[in-house]
Design a protein around this ligand. Structure first.
Ligand SMILES: [Zn+2]
Length: 155
């Protein structure tokens, strides 16, 4: 969740507060059991700090904020060393792709007979499976092979 860039003067007055908010205290007791097994649990850092990174898909620079880390690690119990690789836009695109794949899979389970002759459906599903790895998803070789074979047979 990205905050809009603040440019007006009123917000500038609060810039120093935002800077302070970039450091958020760590409460290691809230970490997941997996995180507590990491060596860092024995001398945890005092605070989370913003992590700058470049999106692995589009190369844009992005920030994994200290507040987001606290939420992920202490509330959602993500593993302490889990890092972000995609920028927020590419991350939402990945979520959309995965939702699309799940929808195709569930339609396929119930309407396989009709859908295996539906080139539009097959092409859409294939497109999603072929795009997913660009966003860090795992390649689905068997799915891609099956859809290409069906498309070859249906045209
Ligand atoms: Zn990106």
């Amino acid at each position: 969740m990205r905050r809009p860039r603040q440019t007006n003067n009123r917000n500038r007055l609060f810039l120093h507060l935002e800077d302070k908010a970039k450091v958020v205290p760590v409460d290691a007791n809230q970490w997941s059991e997996d995180s507590k097994r990491s060596y860092v649990f024995h001398s945890p850092p005092a605070s989370y700090e913003d992590i700058k990174y470049h999106c692995s898909r589009c190369g844009k620079s992005a920030v994994y904020s200290a507040a987001e880390q606290k939420l992920a690690i202490e509330v959602r119990k993500a593993y302490i060393w889990q890092r972000r690789t995609l920028c927020p836009e590419c991350w939402s695109a990945r979520q959309r792709i995965e939702r699309g794949i799940r929808e195709c899979q569930s339609r396929w389970r119930t309407h396989k007979r009709e859908l295996q002759r539906d080139a539009g459906f097959l092409r859409q599903w294939l497109g999603l499976l072929e795009t997913h790895p660009d966003y860090g998803g795992r390649k689905n070789h068997s799915g891609v092979t099956m859809l290409r074979r069906l498309l070859g047979a249906s045209v």
